[in-house]
Design a protein around this ligand. Structure first.
Ligand code: UDX
Length: 438
């Protein structure tokens, strides 16, 4: 199949290289010349384990190239929209500017056999309106929705070995048949190994994605809410998570209590879902998501308060080491990062904050110049009055409490991810606190 990806950000670049790696001819399109030049040279514009290897192999195979010239799309059949849908600057809903621009840029170049596929995360109703946009622009290309579910850090694996593939097909039977034919050919290697295929209409496919992310966010906020109750009672949230997770109706995943979820997806997707429910007149149906968002924000502020208390009631003149800035380990992404939120809040209140992150240091330096950066945990913790572990990188989980105690001013650790062994740290002479654990 000859495929274009429209948008070569995180989603599009990984998708383009992955689809080329399973034998398709792929053209990645983007308006950003620098990004395109870099990708053509095999340079990843973001940190993603395994991506540069797949990219290099796909480029070497001759089946993948990147371009800013949308007229090149004329020779391709399947056009996959992979652009971002950020939160609106002045609202909670999703900004569809890039999705509309993607369709408009493709329109003049769509051949008679072309099929347009949407992969971006969009508010329900978008696919139907994009179909109308294609028709109004003079194209009869069938449109289908085909949401992605990839996690940062596992993007290539999640693209090539998905838990499921979802098709949102058009109502018109001829259009649906043509879209299905193209999708089946694109995903033939995955379908052959019996990856579950789920088929619905446009609205169903759009809602599958936001429902999945909302459920994951709810699971995290649920366990974080339980952590709040644990803190009032002396119970241990990690033992509760283990016990309830053994019920296979609940399952053990996404029950790690801590400073909550961040990143480019979960926070924005639940807010966009609530905003869309409001437009549809079903605000109350998603009222619980407002609480999910509140619990999530409360945990960050709780850690700021814990830190203030640990420092004797004031941040002024105190030195605080922050271990981790990315929203999760194995990523350099700091979007909506709870770690960076806490570091900035504490710095804003007068503490001398030193941050270290194995992948995000440069990004933090560029985005938050008021925060000092250190090469590693030991440099960050030098003379610190308090150490906060906020992103659970392996190198932080494996820190030696005896060696770290040598460099700090005061041996006080707040473990925002509940990943250190309390006994081991206390035995080494630390005051150790975590979230929802006695
Ligand atoms: C998420 C979804 O997992 C993915 O399917 C979707 O396509 C995009 O959004 P991602 O944003 O890469 O992926 O991160 P994920 O691994 O889901 O973690 C999200 C956040 O939740 C992180 O900040 C993480 O630290 C936090 N988290 C996760 C918890 O606080 N506790 C948990 O138990 C799990």
């Amino acid at each position: 199949m000859r495929i274009t990806t429209v948008g070569c950000g995180y989603l599009g670049a990984v998708y383009a290289a992955s689809m080329a790696s399973i034998g398709h001819e792929v053209l990645g399109l983007d308006v950003d010349q620098r990004k395109i030049d870099g990708l053509n040279e095999g340079i990843a514009p973001f940190h993603e384990p395994g991506f540069e290897k797949v990219l290099a192999e796909a480029l070497a195979s001759g089946r993948l190239r990147f371009s800013t010239d949308y007229s090149d799309a004329a020779d391709y059949t399947a056009h996959v929209i992979c652009v971002g849908t950020p939160q609106q600057i002045d609202g909670a809903g999703a900004d569809l500017t890039y999705v509309h621009a993607a369709v408009d840029s493709l329109l003049p170049h769509l051949s008679d056999t072309a099929v347009v596929l949407g992969r971006s995360t969009v508010p329900v109703g978008t696919a139907a309106s994009l179909r109308e946009r294609l028709r109004a622009g003079g194209s009869n290309a069938p449109l289908a929705w085909n949401p992605e579910f990839l996690r940062e850090g596992f993007a290539v694996k999640d693209t090539l070995h998905p838990d499921r593939i979802v098709y949102g097909l058009p109502e018109d039977p001829a259009e649906a048949a043509r879209a299905r034919e193209v999708l089946d050919e694109m995903y033939a290697p995955m379908l052959e190994v019996e990856t579950p295929l789920v088929i619905g209409n446009y609205a169903t496919a759009e809602l599958v994605k936001v429902s999945a992310n909302s459920f994951l966010a709810t699971k995290i906020s649920f366990i974080n809410a339980v952590a709040e109750v644990c803190e009032a009672t002396g119970a241990d949230v990690s033992v509760i998570a283990e016990a309830i997770g053994l019920d296979d109706r609940i399952g053990p995943k996404f029950l790690r209590a801590g400073i909550g979820f961040g990143g480019g997806c979960l926070p924005k997707d639940i807010r966009a879902f609530m905003a869309r429910a409001g437009e549809l007149g079903v605000t109350e149906a998603l009222g619980f998501l407002r609480e999910v968002d509140h619990v999530n924000n409360r945990r960050r502020d709780h850690v700021v308060n814990m830190a203030r208390k640990a420092l004797g009631g004031s941040f002024t003149g105190k030195r605080v080491a922050v271990l981790g800035a990315a929203f999760k380990p194995d990523s350099d992404d700091t979007r909506q990062s709870p770690a960076l939120y806490i570091a900035s809040k504490i710095s804003g209140r007068g503490a001398d904050v030193v941050v270290t992150d194995p992948a995000a240091n440069e990004r933090v330096h560029a985005e938050r110049p008021n925060l000092a950066i250190a090469e590693d945990a030991y440099a960050a913790a030098k003379d610190a009055d308090l150490v906060l572990l906020l992103t659970e990188w392996t190198q932080f989980k494996e820190l030696d409490p005896v060696a770290l105690k040598e460099v700090v001013g005061t041996a006080h650790m707040i473990d925002g991810r509940n990943v250190l062994d309390p006994q081991q740290w206390r035995d080494a002479g630390w005051t150790y606190q975590s979230l929802g654990r006695p």
